[in-house]
Every structure is written in C-alpha cells, then in structure tokens.
Design a protein around this ligand. Structure first.
Ligand code: FES
Ligand code: FE2
Length: 432
C-alpha cells in the first residue's frame, strides 16, 4: 500500500505538482499524426496533464501545440483559422505561429508593436512514426528526443492506436508492470498463442532491476518439460510500459509500448505503439483498432459495462469481455477515477508494481530536492537504447537469463557499445 500522501504525490500531474514537474521533463505522446494529417487542416484540441491545448499543422508543415485560450481575451483557438503558417483567432484575428509568437494583431493600430511583447504558451513537438510527441517542461531543460527503436524503424514496420482511459494514468501504467494478471484477466479457455504458458503457472516469480532507463521487470513461470517461461517487460521513464504483447513465445522481432499520458488526473491517453524489426506490419495485427471509435473513445466502456457477456464468461474467457484492451480498461477504470492505494492489500505477486512505485517515488522526490531526473538525454552519443528490449522466451529451467541475453545488461552495453546496435539488439548471445 501507499500512504495517502505518496498516492497523491504519484497521481497528481497538473502544472506545479511534483509528478507533473517530473513527467514534463520528458518527451511524451501528444497527438497522432492522423489527427492533423496535412498542412492547414483543422486544428484539434488535446488535454495534457490538465493543460488545455490546441494542435495544428501549419502551411509549412510545422506542428504547433498552443495554449487553447487566445492571449487576447481567451476565445478558444480550436475554432481558429489555420492559414498562412499560423493559427488565427476568430474573435479579433490575432495570429500565432507554431512557436507561440503573436505574428499579427489586425484589430490594433497599424503601427502597434504590442504583439512583439507577447509570447503565447507553445510547446515543442517532434513527429516520429505516426506520433506527435511534445515536451512540456522548461525550455532551457529541453532534452534530445530519445531515439527509441520504435521511432527509428521504417514507418510500415510500426503501428499505433490511441484511446482515452477514464481513470488516473498510474492505474494503467501499473497494469503493464503486473505480469500475473495475464494468467487471469487475459485468460482464454482455448490454448491460443501464449495462453498455455500463462496458465502453466499463475504465480510467477519476479525479478526486478533498476536500470538507467527505469525498471526492468522479469516474470518467471515454471513450464512443462523442465522449462521456464520468462517474460521481459520494462518501465521506461516516465510513462512507457514496454511489453511483449501480441508476440509469440521465442519471437524477438519487436514489442509493444503502452504509454499512459495523463490528460488530467482522472483521464489518460493510452497510446499503444508496436514495431517489428524485420518486416512490415499487416493491418490485421492491429486488432485493437476495432475496439476504438473515431473519437478515440472505446466502444466497450464503463457506461455499457464493457459489453460483458456472462455466457461468454463461462465458455470463452475469464472476463466475458472481448479484447485485451477492454480487459485492462475494465480492471483499471473500475478501481475508481483515482484509486486510494492506502486501502489495498499487496501480495508477493505485486513485487514488480512495488518496484515501479518505489522507482517513481525516488525519482520524483529527488527532482523536488533539486536533482536532475534520470534518463534525460542531452548527449547524442548516449541517444541509443539497445538494452531496452521485451520478449517472452522459453528456457531450460536451469538456464540463467542474464547469460543468455547479456545485451540487456547496462554493463555489457556500456563496455562494448560497438558490439550492440539496433539491428542486433534482438539477437541473444547464444542460441536458445
Ligand atoms: S480573443 Fe482572440 S483575438 Fe480577441
Ligand atoms: Fe493487461
């Protein structure tokens, strides 16, 4: 459990809160590219960590992410005219460029330079593989955009979905760090994909490792024929849950990154990004797209009880609900908007969740005490991450995973960087 104070510390992310300050020091998803598909297209609203923003793509392709309220007298820029490299307010015509400069105030006298004294809220953006990322922290602290593998592979080797979760971000993020729920929440009564291994052992043993990027999470299940089924997941700071979702056992060809960006304290944007290292992705691999409406709301939600089917619950799967995305949503949203973790009862199966909370609490408190956050990249030589990898693997029960996958360890990567690259990151050191 957490104290009420620590629960507040971890879950509140508006401007000026410790966790809000922390997440703002990293690049996080803000929009999908498809929301602003072409120059001068309609702007879109987006809420991030309690801030109401408007995103637009100008005539020159530059993406702006501006405070929604016009600096003049507050009319929403969502209704503005996106024209000639700027967004123009419909009330009195003030115009903003993507940097937040006020470039025109046509209702003011022609000689007025009033607008030059103004600067509107505007956040830097970076577009990569269908996602528009934003940095909402102090300008002078802006880090490099991290060259994660999923932002670097060709576009057709990636996919992404976005949906709104109606609860605090931490409930979703903790679900990504909790391998034991695979054996229950996501159980199907057939033995498709990895189901046999989830069922082989409902009480996995966890190892957790503090790393430079966050926490590596290893769940080890005993499996038939003297084997062990090992799932490698990771918390990548600040809100990226990396998991081998949708990947067959022993498949080392990319993974998924489930990202929980607070919209406000009781709503969260979940971005599921996936990538393949070796091949293009086919549309039918992105099955969860069918679960999300054009407004990025899930079709199965709390208002319709996730369309739970009690007959299906007896015959098809553990929940009677379709798709992993909705299982996760039902489990985490039904805790309430912000779960009070002083009321929970943690067991051995929560070891990884505890490790993640501890890591986040330490990092947030350190920032509040003046220390710089971890995993903030300023040096281009350090901007590569071959040791962030997630997969599920069957090994003989007496095999040590650290020897088998030595590229995962920070020490190996740092000692011999030339030996590791994105292209060989998926190759274990010895054949399994
Ligand atoms: S309120 Fe926007 S220009 Fe006046
Ligand atoms: Fe899940």
């Amino acid at each position: 459990m957490l104290s009420i104070e620590d629960n507040e510390l971890l879950t509140r992310t508006n401007a000026g809160t410790p966790m809000g300050n922390f997440i703002r020091r990293y690049w996080v998803p803000a929009l999908l590219s498809e929301e602003i598909p072409e120059p001068d297209c309609p702007p879109v609203r987006v809420s991030l960590m309690g801030e109401q923003l408007v995103g637009f793509r100008g005539s020159d392709g530059a993406i702006g992410l501006l405070g929604e309220r016009c600096a003049h007298r507050g009319t929403s820029l969502f209704y503005g005219r996106n024209e000639e490299c700027g967004l123009r307010c419909i009330y009195h015509g003030w115009k903003y460029d993507s940097e937040g400069n006020v470039t025109d105030t046509p209702a003011e006298p022609a000689r007025s330079d009033f607008h030059k004294k103004l600067h509107h809220t505007a956040y830097p953006t970076h577009e990569a593989n269908g996602v528009v990322y934003a940095y909402l922290g102090p300008r002078e602290k802006r880090p490099l955009f991290p060259n994660y593998e999923w932002t670097q592979v060709p576009l057709d080797q990636t996919y992404v979905t976005k949906c709104l979760m109606e609860c605090n971000y931490l409930q979703g993020l903790e679900g990504e760090c909790d391998s034991s729920h695979l054996s229950f929440l996501h159980r199907a009564f057939s033995n498709e994909r990895n189901q046999a291994w989830y069922k082989s052992d409902g009480a996995p043993v966890y190892e957790t490792e503090e790393t430079d990027f966050g926490v590596r999470l290893i769940a080890i299940r005993s499996a038939p024929e003297n084997q062990q089924y090992i799932r490698f997941s990771a918390l990548v700071l600040p809100v990226y849950g990396c998991v081998p979702a949708g990947r067959a056992t022993n498949e080392l060809d990319g993974f998924e990154i489930h990202t929980y960006v607070p919209a406000d304290d009781t709503h969260t944007w979940r971005y599921d990004i996936g990538f393949r290292r070796s091949r293009a992705v086919s549309e039918n691999e992105v099955h969860r797209r069918k679960q999300i409406g054009p407004d990025y709301l899930r079709i199965r939600n709390a208002r319709n009880n996730y369309l739970q089917d009690r007959r299906m619950q007896k015959t098809v799967n553990f929940t009677g609900i379709e798709d992993f995305l909705n299982h996760d949503a039902c489990a985490t949203e039904s805790m309430g908007a912000i779960f009070d973790r002083s009321r929970e009862h943690l067991g051995v199966s929560d070891k990884a969740v505890i490790a993640v909370r501890k890591h986040l609490l330490n990092a947030v408190n350190a920032l509040a005490n003046g220390q710089e956050p971890p995993h903030i990249i300023f040096d281009a030589q350090q901007n590569w991450f071959p040791h962030i990898d997630c997969f599920a693997y069957l090994l003989a029960h007496d095999t040590n995973w650290k020897q088998q996958f030595d590229y995962l360890t920070d020490a190996a990567t740092k000692e011999n960087p030339a030996a590791h690259s994105v292209s060989n990151a998926c190759t274990p050191s010895a054949s399994a």
